[in-house]
Design a protein around this ligand. Structure first.
Ligand SMILES: [Zn+2]
Length: 336
């Protein structure tokens, strides 16, 4: 399971060699701002003394999705490179421009996660994507990309991955989030580009943009530690067996469905993240400011609430609740 490292048996990240048993905090040069300020992408490399797999961790590809940045800090604080097998390359702030602006996008409004694999001579987004592929993804066989909800939405901690691939399904199961959602590869995403290079990739979603949500961060930290243990990159930690998600049986869904606002007005939400719902269940109401003309918002399928709008001011057609669709087995009850 050992990854092929650059050069003659060494790990080199952005021209910086990383020795066995060493942690290196380094900066990959991105580009100058128009003001002349030099922009760099922070990367931490951990290389074990013993051989093993390579795993990358990325966060804030969408610059306002900062929860994963804190996840990476906490994971790295728990790891000793001398006790690691293989190597970890962690980029806690990939979209350095969007991060500084509190924006999902790059200054040219491009979505970095639609710009992979990128190119050395393309747009700013294409160059950033290329930098990540060449320096972070290429030396590794496994990866976890950390995201949060966007646009005033919060997400239940969940893994999105190609669950049709047996190795990916095993890795997702080892991570142990409460919900696993089968997600086809999205054109131009980091996950797609890395999978096409042969990597096994998980995408973690949870919490809100521009927030540190403790419970969501905790699930991700514990999930990454369990994944490292599964890959035999760290010694088995008995305390992790209890799991960080408070659930024994994860929900596995192949499709998701948005419930939209039936009218414009104010959303009075009842549907909680993680709640199991049946088709027709009332997730909230939308009415006017004084509560007249309340219209129910109903689930269109059986399943679990995995995302919801947090801004009560809604237009007709706005996406309010994301339901992981799970059709009940014959004779089985959805209620647990
Ligand atoms: Zn995102």
């Amino acid at each position: 399971m050992s990854d092929l490292l650059n050069g003659a048996g060494g790990l080199v990240v952005g021209q910086v060699p990383v020795s066995a048993g060493e942690r290196r905090d380094l900066e990959l040069p991105v580009a100058r701002l128009p003001s002349g300020t030099r922009m760099t992408m922070p990367v931490t490399a951990l290389r074990g003394i013993e051989d093993g797999p390579g795993l990358w961790l990325t966060a804030a590809i969408h610059g306002d999705e900062i929860g994963g940045t804190e996840v990476i800090r906490r994971v790295l604080a728990r790891l000793d490179p001398r006790a690691l097998r293989g190597h970890i390359l962690a980029a806690p702030i990939v979209n350095v421009h969007g991060f500084a602006e509190g924006s999902r996008y790059l200054p040219d409004r491009r979505d970095l996660n639609r710009s992979f694999p990128g190119s050395a001579r393309g747009s700013l987004a294409a160059r950033l994507a290329h930098l990540v592929i060449e320096n972070i993804v290429a030396p590794c066989s496994y990866g976890i990309d950390l995201h949060t909800g966007s646009d005033d939405r919060s997400n239940l901690p969940q893994i999105r991955a190609d669950l049709d691939d047996p190795e990916t399904l095993e890795l997702a199961t080892a991570f142990g989030a409460a919900a696993m959602i089968h997600a086809r590869l999205r054109d131009g995403s980091l996950r797609e580009a890395a999978c096409r290079r042969g990597s096994t990739v998980l995408l973690y979603e949870g919490g809100e943009a521009l927030r540190f949500d403790e419970a969501t961060i905790d699930v991700a930290v514990e999930g990454i530690m369990r994944t490292l243990s599964y890959l035999d990159m760290i010694d088995h930690i008995a305390a992790l067996d209890s799991g960080g998600n408070g659930t024994d049986t994860p929900l596995i869904a192949r499709t998701t469905s948005w419930v939209r606002a039936p009218v414009s007005g104010l959303l009075r939400s009842r549907g909680e993240l993680g709640e199991r719902v049946v088709k027709g269940a009332v997730l909230g109401t939308v009415g006017d400011a004084l509560g007249a003309d309340e219209r129910p918002v109903r689930s269109r399928s059986n399943g679990m609430v995995i995302g919801r709008a947090e801004n009560p001011v809604v237009h007709r057609g706005d996406a309010l609740f994301n339901i992981a669709v799970v059709e009940p087995q014959a004779g089985a009850s959805l209620e647990t």
